[in-house]
Design a protein around this ligand. Structure first.
Ligand code: GLA
Length: 393
């Protein structure tokens, strides 16, 4: 879709010209999976697929929300000062107002909003975090609210916790809100310290492989894993004083292996401790341009997520195997929460086209429905777009 078409749609819905046009990216996590809520390090980057928003001010206190992705729901309207949760996507808008109200901000007038997401929902590329960060950026611009990108990340996570009911970590919201162009972020989720490193892959590209199997974070086993990790930490804390699983040394974990009556809980801890080490190694390997090592670490991460953390599925394993069977593929793994969604692979740029075809065929043969495969492009954080320019969305 072109941006001029989206603007025409906005005008036809609201008879109101937009005064603001924003884009907020989605994200891919290179490595460091399911450890953000265990005080770990993660290595995500933002991507050029994400969420667009057109905004017009109103003279009353009504917020109108329309999303091209949920066209069947039409325009969802509510009053800024009195609204109820609706069990649909507009809850993210309501959640943002709720969080700002808690901080004492009262929004003075209503808005007409038109959204378009270019990452499919529940595909593991953080469409919800993209939406949350986008909404706060919209309010920041329109209502002149003084609020930093880091604060926006925390408020976006708060929507998930307080309003949507998903106890997610901070990774998605943080990278999406604070991303820098052409960079991967090393984020310490225990204290939010972070640094950026140029994401240069030379002759290699990252493929995003979408299984097109939808997962639902709230109803999936995400919260179950979170509780298993809490349980693991309780056992660990009987022997070692650590604040989180990722602060535990590998040798110390092995030392108390037989104290875990339940092998499942031990394996959850093993994933966290080993994934933490892989993130550090991967960051160093990127600094040294050692992409072969990056690839190996991705493979190990996938094995651990599949066998120890048990968040992969046949669809993701099939994509990873299909990618690894390509010539010049350095490594592959699931990315995001798992149970469906996307996997990534590092592949030589000259092999990309053949690999895409072959992976799609193999996937269709084994799984019986199609997948999507494309090259990831690294993006910065939220951008204000020019309303007079025509963009391909
Ligand atoms: C989801 C959550 C993140 C993180 C990943 C798994 O994307 O929102 O906080 O836990 O899963 O790494």
């Amino acid at each position: 879709m072109q941006s001029f078409e989206l603007i025409a749609l906005h005008k036809s819905l609201y008879y109101n010209d937009p005064s603001l046009f924003l884009f907020t990216p989605g994200r891919v996590n290179l490595i460091g999976e399911h450890i953000d809520y265990n005080g770990g390090l993660v290595l995500p980057f933002a991507i050029t697929k994400g969420t667009y928003l057109l905004v017009s001010k109103r003279n009353d206190k009504i917020i109108n929300c329309y999303s091209k992705n949920f066209d069947n729901l039409g325009i969802i309207s509510f009053n800024i000062d009195s609204y109820e949760k609706g069990s649909n996507w507009a809850d993210f808008v309501k959640g943002a107002i709720y969080e700002l109200n808690k901080l004492g901000y009262k929004l003075p007038f209503g808005l007409d909003l038109t959204f378009l997401g270019t990452i499919p929902t529940s595909s593991g590329l953080s469409s919800s975090a993209s939406l949350e960060v986008l909404i706060f950026n919209c309010f920041k611009q329109i209502y002149n609210i003084d609020i930093s990108d880091e604060k926006i990340a925390l408020l976006s996570q708060a929507i998930e916790h307080d309003y949507i009911g998903v106890n997610c970590g901070i990774m998605d919201q943080f990278i999406i809100s604070c991303a820098k162009d052409n960079s991967v972020m090393l984020l310490n989720c225990a204290n939010l310290e972070h640094s950026y490193s140029k994401f240069e892959l030379g002759d290699y590209r990252i493929l995003i492989m979408n299984s097109c199997k939808k997962r639902d974070l709230a109803s999936s086993k995400y919260n179950e894993r979170l509780n298993e990790c809490k349980w693991a930490l309780e056992i660990v804390n009987k022997y070692y004083k650590v604040n989180d699983l990722c602060s535990l040394k590998f040798t110390d974990l092995i030392h108390i292996k037989d104290k875990f009556e339940d092998d499942v809980i031990f394996r959850r801890a093993l994933h966290c401790v080993s994934e933490m080490a892989r993130v550090k190694d991967c960051y160093d390997a990127l600094q040294n341009n050692d992409l072969e090592l990056v690839g190996k670490l991705l493979n190990q991460s996938h094995e651990s997520l599949k066998n120890n953390y048990e968040v992969s599925c046949i669809e993701l394993d099939t994509l990873v195997e299909a990618a690894l069977s390509q010539p010049d593929c350095l490594g592959a793994r699931m990315t995001g929460a798992g149970f469906g969604g996307c996997a990534i692979a590092i592949i030589n740029k000259d092999r990309v086209n053949d690999a895409i075809k072959d992976i799609k065929n193999k996937y269709l043969e084994v799984i019986g429905h199609e997948c999507e495969v494309y090259v990831a492009r690294v993006a910065g954080n939220t951008r204000i777009l020019n309303l007079g320019e025509d963009y391909e969305l």
